[in-house]
Design a protein around this ligand. Structure first.
Ligand code: ZN
Length: 225
């Protein structure tokens, strides 16, 4: 596939995945964003495709997506990219295995972020998807790459694909943008369930050996193969 065709596919993919954030109830107004890495072919450098800044979700089209280099500079598109672009670019530069990044302010997960409290691994679905707790990352200003630095510092060496950035919201990573969207959906689901459990009691953490076994089964055996 040529780089041009790969960018066209990525524009369509990222546009479609933004609609999933809306359907899943993870975003309000223009907050939140999805990006994907476009791996360079024939010596070309990697690029990223991300949502334009401040455009309503219902107005997003593949053509309105913005293409940037991994320095966060716009190389294609008529709109300005998301204000989180420098942070997405930082993640792609420093985590070569990552092919997609998602950011939301989804309500329950962001409530945990507001308290600066990691979501403890007290249900099997969390062991499956996150391999343990969902950790908290540092508070960071918006606009530069500081959020990206916090995401990389927190998730490097961690099994969780999601981090709760303190007083802000959720960032997730994945091998693809779809994987990162899935992690954002599952993060909100876990945040809501554990919130409800905590409202009426003190749910015990799963034993570490059970967490390991569940995560291994889900990663290696679950689903269609
Ligand atoms: Zn945000």
């Amino acid at each position: 596939m040529t780089m041009h065709a790969a960018v066209a596919d990525a524009r369509a993919d990222v546009c479609r995945l933004h609609a999933v954030l809306v359907t899943a109830g993870l975003v309000a107004w223009t907050s939140g964003n999805v990006s994907t890495r476009v791996r360079g072919t024939e010596g070309a450098a990697d690029l990223l495709v991300i949502k334009p800044s401040g455009i309503a979700y219902e107005d997003l089209t593949p053509e309105s997506m913005v293409v940037c280099d991994l320095g966060g500079n716009r190389v294609e598109g008529s709109f300005l990219p998301s204000s989180d672009t420098a942070s997405h670019a930082y993640v792609y530069r420093h985590m070569p295995q990552v092919g997609g990044v998602v950011h939301t302010h989804s309500a329950y997960a962001t409530a945990w972020a507001a308290r600066g409290e990691a979501i403890p691994c007290v249900i099997t679905a969390m062991a499956d998807e996150f391999g343990g707790e969902i950790p908290v990352g540092p508070f960071a200003p918006i606009g530069g790459d500081e959020i990206g630095r916090g995401v990389v510092a927190t998730l490097t060496g961690h099994r969780s694909p999601a981090v709760l950035m303190r007083s802000h919201g959720v960032f997730t990573i994945g091998a693809t943008a779809k994987d990162a969207v899935k992690a954002a959906v599952m993060c909100e689901d876990a945040a809501r369930t554990v919130h409800l459990a905590r409202a009426y009691g003190d749910p015990p953490p799963l034993p570490p050996d059970q967490v390991d076994a569940l995560h291994r089964r889900y990663t290696n055996e679950y689903g269609q193969r």
